[in-house]
Design a protein around this ligand. Sequence first.
Ligand code: UDP
Length: 254
Amino acid sequence: MARRRQLYEGKAKILFEGPEPGTLVQYFKDDATAGNGAKKGIITGKGVLNNRISEYLMQRLAEIGIPTHFVRRLNMREQLIREVEIIPIEVVIRNVAAGSISTRLGIEEGTRLPRSIIEYYLKNDALNDPIVSEEHITCFGWAGTADLDDMVALSLRINDFLCGLFLGVGITLVDFKLEFGRLWENDEMRIILADEISPDNCRLWDTRTNEKLDKDRFRRDLGKVEEAYQEVAKRLGILPEAGVRDLKGPEAVQ
Ligand code: UDP
């Protein structure tokens, strides 16, 4: 069987040429990195879980009218996506202080922010993904003002929706990172949600205990990393206990 052409390999995913023009296959690896590759490891089963979690969240977002690159899941580790031109900006949305905002600004981890904050980081490993402002983004042409307006509007809707969705299963959405891409249809360009949404790029805390259920368990050597990813999938009702026929919906938490 002819091997598919690999187009790109990132830290956690590989992109292959898709079956039709304008599509790609996104493969989820078990590899985990932190600190821009300084710490490396394997989280067994992570790729399978992130493929499912991201599928589930992108499908729910599509239901409220958020345009996403997700087309369909192909198998345990792969999904078919629409090919977009990735905007080289990571959009971080924060509801509770944690991670870099706590260290940079001295705000105690766990402090609920008076309102959601949006930050931008330049996707550039050589520069360690520096934080940038709207001025930098438009001045250097990484995205235009209209693109940014769309990205902010989508990010805020996604945040509100996901905060509610996770709260329903006893999880606080502390912060998360989104990536967007440009999709051309005829002569029209649209900004759509790309990449993935998973415990790799969200901070998810148990609402009752504040136990971390995300990649911070790996970054900070807290142990039970695989279990945390499984717990998120389980609460969302997408971890089949006895195969794919056993899929349940999300379980409400009192
Ligand atoms: N994040 C990410 N990729 C990055 C940097 C951050 O997915 O390259 C996510 C991270 O998982 C967290 C949020 O963005 O949910 C905010 O991360 P932060 O700026 O606090 O950086 P960190 O502490 O992870 O270095």
